[in-house]
Design a binder for this molecule. Structure first.
Ligand code: ZN
Length: 442
């Protein structure tokens, strides 16, 4: 267990990728509640929201350490799609407009796709919707943490800060907007570290959270208005309390996994979280979280070797997310360091051409609201970015996604067996070459 705690702490302490989990979860909770969703629906969205972040972290840091810690049971594999879902390294107004447009388009297209026909296995349909809503919310929320949107408004004493959609395109075009870059060379562009508002120790965190909450409420409302054919009634009244299997996975295992793995990794709310989950004693908090995480992982591992678990993933909620390539579909065309995400797996081919006015603006200089440095922004090739390999040719996620696969947790067919808690979990060993770190990280 100690080894596990140490490993998880190592792989995330270097950098955080998003609003920390507590803030994402809070924004998602308020968005779900304000729009009339049940507690179970809210939790399903929160778990899906977290997977976006969790796998992005693992994707970067997945290595031998994870396998040694028996985390191989989860088939953690590199998948570059996750990197595109955090509004990182979006370098100028034109690119931000592009990303917002694609995120909206991708999300609504997915909702329509799964509203119609048999795009998902019957028992999987609602889970996939929660995956789409939760994961797209993650990206919406990260914009306010990773961009200079908040900084810009505060810089000019514009205290009534709008959401992205509350500002008109014309208003937005007058602002100079961007998000932070993760890895050098920065070429004069603000780094993620200088800009992020990911946890309560970061400047402007509470302002960013407030706007992200409002934006999350707005996002779901817009989705409901724009895709009325989605099963909103069923989604809002989602209730699994009488289903021992789903209840076990979502309310017990997944919810516990979200909090315990985040705390162990200092990703719940930074190094000094404002809120404690497992112990009021701050020293005991992480130790307790480590013990609880270990127990959760064991239960997941048991389910993974169950015969009916066709996806080979820990829970139906994870399986929906990965088995249906939600992150690929959501990331299609989104930009990171000047490059759009493409995925052969989901037939997503994307290209990006800067708008003419953005090309003209490229060489103009100005003062940077964040760093107050002369601007040398944007479309320079950064060479050493996170997305050199963005063709979607990874080996990841959900190996059994063909339409004949019986999804676990079908409402009408037998649900996946609950992990027998009295049985020692069997850890399935992955082939040695199945985890590949595709990108060099410095
Ligand atoms: Zn994120």
């Amino acid at each position: 267990m100690k080894k596990l705690v140490f490993t998880l702490a190592c792989f995330v302490s270097i950098q955080s990728f998003a609003f920390d989990t507590w803030w994402h979860a809070e924004c998602t909770r308020k968005a779900a509640t304000a729009n009339g969703f049940s507690g179970d629906a809210r939790l399903a969205m929160q778990v899906s929201n977290y997977l976006t972040d969790f796998f992005a972290v693992v994707h970067d840091k997945a290595n031998v350490k994870l396998q040694k810690a028996n985390l191989s049971a989860f088939q953690f594999k590199s998948d570059v799609s996750y990197d595109f879902l955090h509004f990182d390294a979006v370098l100028n107004n034109d690119q931000l407009e592009h990303n917002w447009k694609y995120l909206w388009q991708n999300t609504t297209t997915l909702l329509r796709k799964y509203s119609a026909g048999n795009a998902a296995e019957p028992g999987f349909r609602l889970i996939v919707f929660f995956n789409i809503i939760g994961a797209s919310l993650h990206t919406v929320q990260d914009f306010y943490s990773h961009s200079n949107w908040i900084n810009y408004h505060l810089q000019y004493r514009l205290l009534d800060i709008p959401t992205w959609y509350e500002a008109s395109p014309e208003e937005r075009s007058k602002m100079r907007l961007y998000t932070g870059i993760y890895e050098p060379p920065f070429n004069g562009h603000p780094s993620h570290e200088s800009l992020n508002k990911d946890n309560s120790q970061r400047q402007y965190n509470s302002v960013a959270v407030q706007i992200a909450e409002r934006a999350s409420i707005e996002w779901i409302k817009r989705l409901m208005d724009s895709v009325p054919e989605a099963p909103w009634g069923e989604l809002k009244s989602y209730n699994i309390q009488n289903n021992m299997v789903y209840k076990n996975f979502l309310s017990k295992l997944d919810a516990t996994f979200v909090t315990s793995s985040s705390i162990v990794a200092n990703h719940f709310d930074g190094n000094k979280p404002l809120k404690r989950v497992f112990s009021q004693d701050s020293a005991k908090e992480r130790v307790q979280a480590g013990i609880i995480l270990d127990a959760t992982l064991s239960e997941y591992a048991t389910y993974m070797v169950a015969e009916k678990n066709k996806f080979g993933l820990p829970t139906p909620y994870w399986a929906g997310f990965m088995g249906y390539f939600i992150s690929h579909d959501l990331a299609c065309g989104l930009l990171l360091n000047n490059k759009p995400f493409s995925s052969a797996r989901t037939n997503c081919t994307a290209s990006y051409k800067p708008a003419d006015d953005e090309v003209k603006r490229k060489n103009q200089s100005g003062n940077d609201p964040v760093t107050d440095n002369p601007t040398k922004k944007s479309t320079e090739k950064s060479g050493n970015n996170k997305n050199n390999n963005n063709s979607g040719n990874n080996n990841n996620s959900g190996n059994n996604s063909n339409s004949n696969t019986t999804a676990p947790g079908n409402d009408k067919t037998p649900a996946p067996p609950a992990p027998p808690s009295n049985k020692k979990p069997v850890i399935r060993t992955m082939p040695k070459d199945s985890v590949q770190v595709k990108r060099k990280t410095n």
